[in-house]
Design a protein around this ligand. Structure first.
Ligand code: NAP
Length: 455
């Protein structure tokens, strides 16, 4: 008797939702359960994109259309690996796709990185995006702040630190975040890149929009604008890199302005040490670098100490391991061949297990790039299905997993629950003339999603 292909997708961020969408559009009859550890879906759109980026947050609208489809069922507030194990999922599904993303920070390995005011960007993002896994109260006493890394996350961090709390109040930030940002003492934010403008990872739009805040003056030292052969080639072959360079050049040559907060972007400064005084951050020591002709840099032996009372490093995210799933801890990804999960020891594909998104390829690329990843993974899964290599699960019925969750009294959240939570956040926002105000606490989210649960 024919039945739909049962697929568990683990992680309800853009990667998992795009993979689900592709499976539903494949022409195969599919039935998908989208597992999510948090009570709310959307992964990094809810908990990674900065609150003052409504254009990117707007991607949620297209994700809504995917989740509205009857073949897809959201099962939130469930941690795969503890609430249900991967082995248990094998009994309910033909295939499992891991799309758990990356929220941790890559470690900055310099002396002083363990001082209390030396933070990973991801921790601060977790705070301002109201992620209940992170700190609710952030110390923003520093008047001078250093941000290490010249990617878009560094821009997000620097922009949020350089804006005023009131500029950000129109966004969805929760009350505790507004209270902290309103008390922010930062007057100077310094971003440090260890290479040059042609090697910066910023995207042009994000770099340009720094200038849109009336309280921020972006400053670039003309001496930091330098190109070698490889840099010239990088500009010539990438329109986006060329635009980044010309925007930086414009910042470098314009007349000084009188905005109250200065945001400096420095190049050719590699972090050497985070300096401390009485156990607190007092500065950042960097070594001046020079281009080596190939897009790389070498040290000059000249050092500078930049006064700073807080240092954030935005040098890349890191994925967390999923229990009982192979993990390459060096690269912080699930080892895979085009999306098929590989056994860590034998290097052979593991039946039924697939992966997509940042946990598959590492934390690089814009949200849209995840689509091509999902295409590769889902095509492979369907090929394996057609070849008959996916062992049929013992319990392929859609009710079986629900019975297990109910037996374990798991207060799981659903798509209807998200609509309830969404309505509650919108109502809280409207009361203050804002579009939304985020609900932060884990149990509050579950209670708003499912008032019928006794929590
Ligand atoms: P990223 O783009 O890879 O940038 C990381 C930066 O850290 C690079 O400048 C890198 O310099 C630097 N770095 C790495 N190790 C370092 C070290 N030990 N010392 C000093 N600098 C170091 O990563 P990301 O900013 O975390 O962004 C991740 C992805 O999310 C990107 O694709 C980004 O575009 C995307 N994103 C987009 C938005 C948006 O608004 N559109 C917002 C946030 C993130 P080197 O190049 O020299 O290694």
């Amino acid at each position: 008797m024919s039945r739909p292909i049962r697929v568990a997708v683990v992680g309800a961020g853009p990667a998992g939702i795009y993979a689900s969408d592709l499976l539903m559009k494949s022409g195969h009859e599919v039935s998908i359960d989208l597992f999510e550890r948090m009570p709310a879906p959307f992964g990094l759109i809810r908990y990674g994109v900065a609150p003052d980026h409504p254009r990117i947050k707007g991607i949620v609208q297209s994700l809504h259309r995917v989740l509205d489809k009857p073949q897809l069922r959201l099962l939130g507030n469930i941690e795969v690996g503890s609430t249900v194990t991967v082995d248990e999922l094998r009994d309910f599904y033909d295939a499992i796709i891991f799309s758990t993303g990356a929220t941790g920070d890559r470690a900055l390995e310099v002396p002083g990185a363990d001082l209390p005011e030396a933070y990973g960007a991801g921790e601060f993002v977790g705070f301002y995006d109201g992620n209940p896994d992170f700190e609710r109260n952030w110390n923003l006493d520093a008047e001078q702040v250093a941000v290490i890394g010249v990617g878009n996350v560094a821009l997000d961090i620097a922009r949020i630190l350089a804006k005023t709390g009131d500029e950000l109040h129109v966004t969805e930030i929760p009350d505790n975040v507004y209270a902290n940002l309103k008390a922010n003492q930062a007057r100077e934010v310094h971003i440090f890149g260890r290479r040059g403008p042609a090697q910066a990872k910023f995207t042009p739009l994000e770099l340009k929009e720094l200038d849109h805040s009336p309280t921020i003056e972006v400053v670039v030292n003309p001496e930091d604008i330098d190109y070698d052969e490889a840099s010239i080639e990088a500009r010539r072959t990438s329109k986006s890199q060329d635009l980044v360079c010309s925007t930086l050049e414009q910042y470098a040559i314009r007349d000084p302005q009188d905005a109250p907060h200065k945001l400096y972007i420095h190049f050719f400064e590699s972090p050497v040490e985070i300096l401390g005084e009485d156990g607190h951050v007092s500065g950042l020591k960097t070594e001046r670098m020079q281009l080596d002709g190939n897009g790389g840099v070498t040290g000059t032996g000249e050092f500078t100490v930049w006064p700073a009372q807080a240092v954030y490093h935005a040098i890349g995210y890191r994925s967390d391991e999923v229990k009982d799933v192979p993990f390459d801890s060096q690269r912080a990804v699930i080892p895979n061949d085009g999306g098929h999960v590989l056994d860590s020891e034998t290097g052979q594909p593991l039946p039924k297990l697939y992966t997509t998104g940042w946990i598959k390829r590492g934390p690089v690329g814009l949200i849209g790039n995840t689509k091509s990843d999902a295409k590769e993974t889902t095509a492979m899964l369907l090929e394996d299905y057609e070849a008959g290599t996916l062992e049929a699960p013992a319990h392929p019925g859609e009710d079986a997993i629900i019975e297990l969750l109910e037996e374990r009294k798991v207060p799981y959240t659903t798509w209807t629950g998200w609509h309830n939570l969404d309505a509650a956040e919108r109502a809280a926002g409207e009361a203050e003339g804002r579009e939304r105000k985020k609900i932060v606490e884990w149990d509050d989210m579950v209670r708003h999603a499912h008032p019928e649960y006794e929590i």
